[in-house]
Structure formats: C-alpha cells, structure tokens
Design a protein around this ligand. Structure first.
Ligand code: CTP
Length: 398
C-alpha cells in the first residue's frame, strides 16, 4: 500500500485498545504516511506519550493550553495540516462529545474545528456499544459524513463478550487508505454478496425461516469494500446494521433475493452467503390459518430457485468468480465437493453447522474447496474470515 505524502492526524482516546493505535501508527508510517498524534488525557492512561512520539517520529500534542507558543501548531492548523483526521480508538465518551459538538480538550476542539474528513474506529464495552445513546451518536456522526470502522465481536478485556473490540489495525489501515483515495486491489470491480436468511410466508403472520444472522455475509461485503470493490449486498431480514460504504438491498423471500441479484448484475465477483430457504409454501393462505380441533393442517412445499446455481450457470453475465457456502452437518468435505460440482461455482466455503454457535455466533470455521483441493482454515471471528476471503479473492486475476 502506498500512502506516500499523505498526512493523518491520529487522535488516540482512552480505552484498553489504545495500545493497538501504536500498531496503526507503525502500519501508516510503513505505508509512507506522515502521522501526527493527539493523545487525550484518558488515552495517556493506557499508552505513554513517549511511545506514541517515538513511533510517529513527530511532535505529540496532548494539551490545548500548551499551544500558546507561536512556534507550536494551534488546534486549527493541526487539523488543516492533515488530509484525514482519524480517531482510534474512539471511546463512547469522545463519540458523544463529537455528536454533541463539545470542545473541552485539544482532541475535541480539533474535531469541532476541522473541515477535513473524519474517520472513527470505536472501541468500548459491549453494553456501552449497544446503548441507545451510543448508537444514536454513531447515527448522528455517520449522517454528518464521519466514516465509522465498526468494532469486532469477541471476548473483551472486561470479561464480557460481544461487539466492541477495536477493529484490527490492518482493517483500519485499509479504511484510511480508501478515505485517502488510494485504490485497492479490487478497485473497479463489482461484487454481489447475498446474506442472512430468507423468510417464506405461509399466511399473513407466519413464515418459514432459519437461524442465519447475516453476520458472515455482511462482514464479507464490508471486507470486499475495504479492498476497493463496489459492493451490492442483497440481504434477507436481519437484526444487524447495513455495512457502511456498501449498497444494501433488503429482501424477504428467495424469489425477491434472486430478482435483486439478477438486477445487480453484471459483476466480477459473487459471494452467496445467504441461508436461502430451500422451500416455500406452495400456496400463500390469504388469511391467518386457524386451529381446527378435527384436523391438523398440512403444509405443501415447493422448491425455491437456487440463486447460487443461477449465478454460476454459464452465460455472458456469469461473474468471473462465484463463491458459495456449504452448510453441512456431516461428511463435510465430501458433501461440499459434490455441492461445488452440482452448483457450478468456483469456490465453496464448507462449514459444519451441526454444532452450536456457528449459525448466529461470532466465529466461524470453514474449509475452502476449489478445483485445487481442500484447505481447512482455523476457527476465527467472522470479520477475520471475511478479511481473509477478500484478500484471497483479490489475489485472483478478475
Ligand atoms: N443457495 C442459494 N439459493 C438456494 C439455496 C442455496 O443461493 N435456494 C446457496 C447458499 O447461499 C450457499 C449454497 O447455495 O452459498 C449452499 O447452500 P446450502 O444450504 O448448504 O445447500 P443447499 O443447496 O440447500 O443443499 P442441501 O440442502 O442439499 O445441503
């Protein structure tokens, strides 16, 4: 990655993840970017000013009121001299101050005074992240054009589990590079990703569905976008937010998902991560089906279209690389290899969904099956798996 001549103002706020900011400085510097840092008072509880200054090789700024000397840069100049202002980690507190327009220290004063693009990588306890106040602040900031690099999900320093861990430094670096206009390995490519379950109505109140959360598909859409691809995400009903920077189309049924996918073509890349319902009710009851003491209702099913198979079928609009998932509960490799052949796709990521925790969980373990054979990947966070898959896709000549 080449960020030669670019200048980033990095604001490090408080939180256990502040140590990862040091790794981010190292990665940015290695890419040729000049990094000037502002360390908040809370941030200085977690990393030392000396280590930040030593790594960035630039003067470190900490205190608003020390900027009195003419030779020092004032808070206005500080942000004007940068191409991008990055807040990493961004605590719940600094996000709240940014949303409210508070300016009670150097970092928040810079953030209020800047006319530059701002990118924030939040990190906090899961409950703080999920709190309505934090989510409202994030929505406010995103609405004002602040780029947000969402946190990862996983075990936290406080012993809890969930979203809130700072995104990994290479992921933040990619987002910074995109924000600075650097092209990624997938720039100019269009990717279609399907995600989540489908809901197949039975009557006006009931549907057939499954446990898919959409976490894996959404993470793949975000990871492809982070490498520069233009991404269309076609999502079934999920409870997670749309990934930033991605065009998301919301659908309910398999038929709607197929129509949205076909409308999004052409594309160089297609990844089918959705857990599409294999069947739908043969006929939709116009009214709620009532209980009847004399007879149990029976449900006649009819098969849904296979979206992956349609995408992978030979034709002018076939994406160059079509990737599917194989949810299996037994004979993983054998069944997945047969699925690869049957569906006509190029790669299959086979996962064992028999145990608890994969479907709807934060982690995933897959075996990548291609024409060259099978390659078992370790158990990892769904976002890390998405990053690995996107990097592998970017290695292909598409
Ligand atoms: N898929 C699809 N459309 C369908 C069914 C599946 O696009 N109607 C895609 C999924 O997104 C996934 C792959 O096909 O990428 C395999 O899904 P899976 O449920 O494992 O396989 P099925 O085709 O349902 O086969 P089986 O039920 O026999 O395991």
């Amino acid at each position: 990655m080449n960020l030669n001549g670019k200048r980033v103002l990095l604001i490090i706020s408080g939180g256990i993840a502040a140590y990862k900011a040091l790794e981010l400085i190292r990665l940015l510097s290695r890419a040729g970017c000049k990094v000037t840092c502002v360390l908040t008072k809370a941030g200085a509880q977690f990393v030392t000013p000396l280590s930040v200054q030593a790594l960035s090789g630039e003067k470190l700024y900490t205190d608003l009121f020390s900027l009195t000397d003419d030779s020092e840069m004032g808070h206005i100049e500080l942000s004007r001299a940068a191409d991008l202002v990055v807040v990493a980690p961004a605590s719940a507190d600094i996000l709240a101050k940014m949303a409210a327009g508070l300016a009670d220290d150097l970092a928040t004063t810079v953030l209020l005074a800047t006319d530059k693009q701002v990118l924030a990588a939040p990190a906090m306890n899961v409950r703080m992240w999920q709190h309505a106040a934090t989510q409202a602040n994030l929505a406010t900031l995103a609405g004002r054009g602040v780029l947000i690099v969402p946190p990862d999900e996983g075990p936290m320093a406080c012993g809890e589990f969930g979203p809130g861990r700072l995104a990994e430094p290479p992921v933040i670096l990619d987002a910074i590079a995109r924000a600075l206009g650097a092209s990624g390995p997938l720039s100019g490519k269009h990717a279609i990703v399907t995600s989540g379950p489908t809901h197949e109505p039975i009557d006006p109140v009931r549907y057939l569905g499954n446990r898919s959360s959409g976490k894996q598909g959404h993470a793949i859409a975000a990871a492809l976008n982070a490498l520069g691809a233009k991404v269309t995400l076609v999502s079934g009903p999920v409870a997670i937010p749309d990934p930033l920077g991605v065009t998301t189309i919301h659908v309910e049924t398999a038929a709607e998902m197929l129509a949205a996918v076909e409308a999004a073509l052409p594309a160089e890349i297609a990844v089918c991560a959705a857990a599409v319902a294999d069947w739908r009710a043969a006929s939709l009851a116009p009214h709620k089906i009532k209980k009847n003491a004399d007879a149990q209702p029976s449900l006649l099913l009819t098969e849904n279209p296979d979206i992956l198979r349609r995408l992978a079928a030979p034709g002018a609009l076939r994406p160059r690389l079509v990737v599917g998932f194989a949810a299996e509960t037994q004979n993983l490799e054998e069944n997945a290899a047969a699925k690869l052949a049957r569906k006509g796709c190029d790669w299959i990521l086979a996962n064992n969904v028999g145990g608890t925790g994969i479907m709807g969980g934060a982690q995933n373990q897959v075996t990548l099956i291609t024409a060259d054979g099978a390659e078992a990947w370790p158990l990892m966070n769904k976002s890390a798996l998405a990053t690995k898959l996107a990097a592998r896709i970017a290695e292909q000549k598409l």
